[in-house]
Ligand binder design. Sequence first.
Ligand SMILES: C[S@@+](CC[C@H](N)C(=O)[O-])C[C@H]1O[C@@H](n2cnc3c(N)ncnc32)[C@H](O)[C@@H]1O
Length: 419
Amino acid sequence: MCSGTNELSSNGEALSKLPHPHPPWVVTTPFALPGEKIRVKIVRSGRMISYSDLLEVIQPAATRDNSRVQCKYFGKCAGCQYQMLDYSKQLEFKQRVVEKAYRYYSDLPGESIPSPLPTIGSPLQYGYRTKITPHFDAPPKGKLKEDWKLYIGFDTKGRRQVLDIEECPIATQVLNDALGPIRAEVQEKLSTYKRGATLLMRDSLQVVDSSREDHVCIRDHKAIVRERVGSKVFEFPANSFFQNNNSVLVPLTDYVRQAATVIPSGGRRPTHLVDTYSGCGLFALSLVEAFDHVAGIEISEESIRYATHNVQLNGISPDKCEFRAGQAEKIFDVVGDFPPSETVIVIDPPRKGCDDAFISQLVRFGAATVVYVSCNVHTQARDVGKLVRAGYALESIRGFDLFPQTAHVESVAVLRKSS
Ligand SMILES: C[S@@+](CC[C@H](N)C(=O)[O-])C[C@H]1O[C@@H](n2cnc3c(N)ncnc32)[C@H](O)[C@@H]1O
């Protein structure tokens, strides 16, 4: 069927509304853009929605420039959605995702929601991804290894099938260099895998001597990865959380620091920082010099061991910056001596957002400033709605592009306690 596309969804797929006199119905199509006339094949349908494959772009949008595409798998791989777009256009689409998320998910009146600020771009738009996880299936029982074609790579868009990948242009050079040798090694050991596997590949710094560090690919889940962000060094186990685009972490942490150190009108200089969902301490350590006391909390005991290790590694006094393992809301049991009117709370939860127990204790504590960083703007909008209804004003919202060429957007919301 042919269709005219109207809009992009938050996962980067074009939405086409069927015109009158059809009943309300939407067709989603990956790799198509708003304003295009396309030919599609419907692959499945649900209530008021059909999912389709793109067969042909009949009339391209002015924004489409296929000469920009840098990956030979683009259009088949489920990883990237936007390689045919100019980068400034990608940032505009992400700004719109933030705007719509707050409009539809915050449950706030329009006048409480500021217009999202322009999305901050990533300094690297290719070659930025410091972690990839290619996977493969092993031959089923009874099938000879010699008869089995090894597909090793990422998901195929819209199929339950591994797409065989020799390179990934959004990943860093050291990860791309390692893909060939890893493929040969898996092929060699194929009979030892019962069901296939997902491989972890992480770009890490390796100290060569006191004046030199090289990039290496780490594959052992328990090995220690080392990254630099500005003046700080972070070490953490390869299987634990760390942001996957190192190039954008200085702009991101600078932005959070700037928002966190503003003296709110009629308020006091912020002296205390609480980093919740802290991982191995990215925000706490990046902002530590701007505060007198810093506390962090994180559920993973291993990440907390490394947050504490990173305090020492960066020559910070353990009396100034302390971490503990636990549910985020437990931090309020230990920061009783932090003055709320001089305290900033940074929140950076997983995709599901914050639990109600955390939100209610955060509101009871009443910190002057909350900076909420999120990889899921929809759950962020929901949580921010709760904070605004409990007495915070939403000062700004802004996307950060941690994953260029994809539809993913990180979002930072700044809230100040209303006086
Ligand atoms: C998006 S990551 C952010 C980590 C860190 N802020 C960073 O940027 O590197 C979310 C972190 O929240 C932790 N986490 C998940 N649920 C939690 C909870 N209920 N309480 C505290 N931490 C939690 C995860 O282990 C993960 O490290």
